[in-house]
Design a protein around this ligand. Sequence first.
Ligand SMILES: [Zn+2]
Length: 702
Amino acid sequence: MKTLMASVLLLALQPPTASFSQAPPQLPWIRGSMAKLEAELSAKHGEGQRERLRRGMKQVANFWRASDGDATVFEDFVRTKFAGDQATLDVMFDRFERNLEQLDGHMQEIGREFRNQSDLDLGPILPFDEMFAAYDPSSHVIDDFFQNKLAFTVLLNFPLTTLEKKLAEGESWSRRQWAEVRLAQRFSKRIPAEVNLAIAQAAAEAERYISECNIWMHHLIDTKGDRLFPPKLRLLSHWNLRDEIKANYSEGPVGLAKQRMIQQVMERIVDQTIPAVVVNNPHVDWNPYTNEVKPAAAQDSEGAMPGRGPTGTGLPSNSPEPNTRYAKLLGTFRAARKADPFSPTAPTMIARRFDENREIPETRVRAMLEQTLSSTLAPQVAKLIETRLGRPLEPFDIWYDGFRPRGVYNEAQLDEIVAKKYPTAEAYKKDIPNLLTQLGFSKERAEYLANNIVVDPARGSGHALGASMRSAKAHLRTRVGKGGMDYKGFNIAVHEMGHNVEQTFSLNNIDHTLLQGVPNTAFTEALAFVFQGHDLELLGLSKPDAMSRALKTLNDFWGTYEIAGVALVDMEVWHWMYDHPNGTPAKLKDATERISKEIWNKYYAPIFKKRDIMLLGVYSHMISYSLYLPDYPIGHMIAFQIEKQIEKAGNLGAELERMATIGSVVPDIWMKRATGAGVGPEALLTATREALAEVDRTAKER
Ligand SMILES: [Zn+2]
């Protein structure tokens, strides 16, 4: 067993060859056993079972290892576990559905209970509480199920399938067929523990690197020697740097200088000319334009300044990071590749992200992103931004944040209204049936939902935790301060309540628990945002006017336009890594620079009138959350489709219940059932067109 594992691993580490995208080699006796069993069991159960049997045995053989047993064990397994008639298959299906619901549900409960101390407002967190919180009782379930052969039982009797097939045939499948597909899919890969460990380690290393990528802003010096940023401001790349760009739109000429400087810092992060010594270090001053570094002439951190450099020159070196950013990314790629041979239906990380996690083919995603990027609306919105800014666009304006609607009430007024209404979490809980009726649910539905939602006082800002079995309830975690709930807390609570409502319907009111949930997080987020958008009406205040809604839409469009390019860079970089499996960090850096510039030049340069900008490559997700970025633009598109549909249907309550009980079929089929069309950017683009017209109309009226 040890030697087999070693050779399988070796195979995984080799450069891509024909064998690279296939499962590990099968055991030598397995073909003979399968032929024998096919003849024997087709005779016993009838010719009608031959195809199913052949498929099932093939699925089992793909994952069977020497340690699972020899030919006798395999043959005995197939003889006893193959359901040779429909009645037996039905019983097997029901039993798996019921037992897996119990397993998932209880695992979820244990996880939730173990995290209570760290998630809820219950007093100090002790060191062992963190250990409870980090423990995942379900982490070995797949391994266990292969070991005790329950996984093989599923693979022998239910079909594994590909995304292609789901999309081509899924619309005509029965609900039971979909549930069978979801059942089998749980066991579509059997990744050895050491491969999973390597993946986790590479991810942890990348995350650690990213979490330390801080810039001490007071130590940035401009060409005149001025410090533009206040002391102690430490910004994490890229999130805080980007948000600082956004925050400076209201700061006049000083804000503009700061924004330009941050862009310069970002570009040096992408091309790795950032001096290693300035990362997370308040003891050096840095001019990001000339790239000069000096010992800090101002102190804004705890602890003594370190001594001068060992070279005796007295100056810290500005030698760059040795492409660490790209070394970490390569580390996650190499670890991910080790899993490829054990995932026959999705044999690359790219396939796993698109075909399995997202279930939208990469070509479709690319087309949706390109459609948004090359939309004629982009230059129109850009022109509007230029008018609002009173200057030509600069590259960092991809993060323009000025489409903020002006509310009728200020934050303090809203806080007061909310605190009076909800002095405690209990008061909010009591009001849930009333809130839901206001949103358009019938009295009966509102009571039913409220009875399925437990409200807990959150330690952080709030979150929603659904159940995984019908005997359990969804949890709404909300923050209520000593003086009562504030507006921000209420706004979040309404969002989380939207999640809870979706979670309740999509578990308790669905025909198969194997189909519980929605296709992916973008769908549950979209439904939660619909709730959140009604928060002012729920307080009895007037809802946002047409202009506010138009500005919000333009803000979402611009955000989608920006992140669509970032997502394309992420995708191209992963293709480059798969095409160059022996690439070095330096080569990967060059490729990332080139890709970032190419995508910029194609979609942004015509609007921004500047070429060869690398900003699209700065996102930290690219390094530590492999291929996650495309979820953002798709999420925006889905949100607009769902919002539009609910608006059209007119009744939020009934429509949300209808949508939430479609269950976890693939996104396109879900969206077709929900709105009549597959996932795509059309709803977002239409709303943007209308928003531009609304802004135009309002401007003319003035
Ligand atoms: Zn959410």
